[in-house]
Each structure stands twice: as C-alpha cells, then as structure tokens.
Design a protein around this ligand. Structure first.
Ligand code: SF4
Length: 336
C-alpha cells in the first residue's frame, strides 16, 4: 500500500534546474552515454550521473548496465515501498510544520510540552488504509528524534530550509586511458532529502535511510553526502553553501541484523571526512571509463545473514536471466 500526501511526486516535478544553463545541460545528458554521442542537431551529449546510478555501478556494474543503459526496471520490493512511504511523510512534515512551528515554540516556552509535541505530530497524516510494512514504527522513531531536537533547540534553526532539493551540476571529468587523457562532460543530478541551517551561516545535509544501520556504513554514507555537496558546489547553489556538516538517520537501523536505530552528524572539515571528495571523484572517473571502454562486468557479492545464512546480491536482483554470471553452458548441460 502506497501513500503520498504531497501534491506532487518527485517524478511529477521534472528537472527543476535553478539556471537555464543547468536545465540545458540536463537535457543534453543521458545515462546511456557512449563516446562521440550527439543529439538530433549534432550537439555532443553528456553522461548523466546520479547518486543512485553511481552507487549502483559500485554495487554491480552489470546491474547498472541493465538498469541505466538498457533501461530495464528492478522489481519493486517491500523495502522500496516502505522507503517511499516514509520519505513521503518526511517530505510532507517539513512542508506542513511551517504552519504550526511558531505556535509549538510558544507552547514549549510556556511549559506546555505535551501540547507542543502533539501539535507538531498532528501534521503527520494517517493513510486511508493502515500501513502494511511497519512504516508507523519507523515514522514514530523519526518523529521522536525531531521532537528531541526541537526541545534542545527550542525550535530555532530546527526546521529544514531545503526539502527534497532538486540539484544539478555540470562538470568536466579528466579520465586516464592507456595512451591518452580524455575530458568527458558529465551532468550530475539528484534530490537532496533535507538541508538544515547550522546556526552559524552554514548548512547541514541530511539523508534518511530506512534500511539497517551498522557503523561500517559510515564510509558509504560520507561518499553519498559528498556527491550532494559536489552538486551544490559545482552547481553554484549559493543559498545552501557552505556545507559545514552532513548527517544521516536510520530510524529502522535495527532491521535485518543491523545494530540499532541511529543518526549521526559529522563536521565536513575533519580528517575523518577529508578523503570523501577524492574518493567520489575517483568513483565518477571509474564510471566514465566503463562507458568509454564498455566494460560492465557482473560482480556478485555474498555475505552472512542475521541467522548465519549465506546471502548474495544476486538473490535480490531482477536481472539474473540476462546476467552473464549466471549464463549456463548448454554443451556442459548436454554432457551431464
Ligand atoms: S545477477 Fe548478480 S552479478 Fe548479475 S547483475 Fe544481478 S547482482 Fe550483478
């Protein structure tokens, strides 16, 4: 059961670039880019990269090829439906809470804590039919975190200033090939979940995840957040710069063997985070190079499940039937 109380879905919103140049750059880009590709008027095309396409390539290059170049869709899973429902509520919350925030601050200042909390929570709508995938519990945990922050901040610099921010950037990527360098124009594209003020003139990027949390995920989260920061900086989104912190919240972090529901905030100027820009640019270069050389090898992964069972990335993939890693050798079968 899907429930979206927002007026438009992200798909309905279209490209929403903040300058005509970025809109033009977006329209001249494609995920299925090949070297020398031009549009109908003979103008060069750019490779389009989103945070999802980049991490999809890192997960399994062949799955990326099926998804983004052959344009095949993965079957929708329960995890996807739950994630979409929770994101829709969070997006609605930050839009709707503007109407009640000042009153909630007054109630809190007057010592009426329960009323203040109830007022903030009242902006979360109930779906016409009950959720089926545990969304209520995830939304409740997420709301408690916002409420705790509301009490600490007394409501000041508490609300999101950016909500599902549509971001674009155009960059030139210098790729090392065996005998030459190649400069490839790339268009970066994505929606940033939420952006908060840091209270000191800078901004905090926040990503919401509805999967499991383990501390090992911090590395990949930093890389995702750096992708967002790169888009804002290269796209000149001055109203959200500088990015001084990034954060992630996993209100269902206990699921599937995860450690617990967790959120973390990091300063972007520390040694712990300083590797992220170079790593993300290297990942972008690897993806561009794969397009130039048309090399998207299957990369099956295995790991231990919560009960010690062996799980593989391929069990969750819709492309096993066309994947070379699972191609059967007909002659061998005949001999058997
Ligand atoms: S079946 Fe496995 S190796 Fe093949 S594309 Fe899917 S995840 Fe990659």
């Amino acid at each position: 059961m899907k429930f979206n109380p927002n007026e438009e879905t992200l798909m309905d919103r279209g490209p929403e670039a903040h300058t005509p140049e970025l809109l033009e750059s977006y329209h001249s880009s494609t995920y299925a880019w090949q070297p020398g590709m031009t549009d109908d008027d003979g103008n060069p095309m750019k490779l389009r990269i989103s945070k999802s396409s980049l991490s999809g390539f890192g997960w399994c290059p062949y799955q990326y090829k099926a998804n983004y170049i052959y344009n095949l869709s993965q079957e929708e899973t329960e995890d996807m439906v739950r994630g979409t429902n929770v994101h829709a509520i969070v997006e609605h919350f930050w839009d709707a809470v503007k109407d009640v925030k000042d009153e909630a601050i007054e109630l809190l200042e007057a010592g009426k804590e329960r009323q203040s909390r109830r007022l903030l929570k009242s902006v979360i709508p109930k779906p016409p039919m009950p959720y089926l995938l545990g969304e209520d519990e995830v939304i409740d945990t997420w709301f408690e975190w916002q409420w705790n922050r509301f009490k600490v901040t007394q409501g000041y610099n508490w609300a999101a200033v950016g909500n599902e921010v549509s971001a674009h950037a155009s960059i030139d990527v210098d790729v090392d090939l065996e005998l030459e360098h190649m400069i490839v124009p790339v268009h970066l594209r994505g929606f940033i979940d939420t952006i908060f003020p840091d209270g000191d003139g800078g901004f905090v990027l926040m990503e919401l995840k509805t999967g499991k949390w383990t501390p090992k995920k911090a590395k990949s989260m930093r890389e995702e957040m750096q992708f967002y920061r790169l888009m804002l900086e290269e796209g000149n989104y001055m109203k959200y710069l500088p990015v001084t912190h990034w954060a992630w919240e996993f209100p269902r972090g206990w699921a599937n063997g995860g450690t617990k529901a967790e959120w973390e905030l990091e300063d972007t100027s520390t040694r712990k985070t300083s590797y992220a820009p170079r790593t993300v640019m290297n990942n972008i270069k690897k993806l561009v190079k794969a397009h130039i050389t048309d090399s998207f090898e299957p990369a099956p992964k295995t790991w231990r499940g919560p009960d010690g069972e062996t799980l593989t990335s391929c069990q969750m993939c819709s492309f096993m039937e066309i994947c070379p890693a699972w191609a059967t050798d007909e002659h061998e079968e005949e001999e058997v």
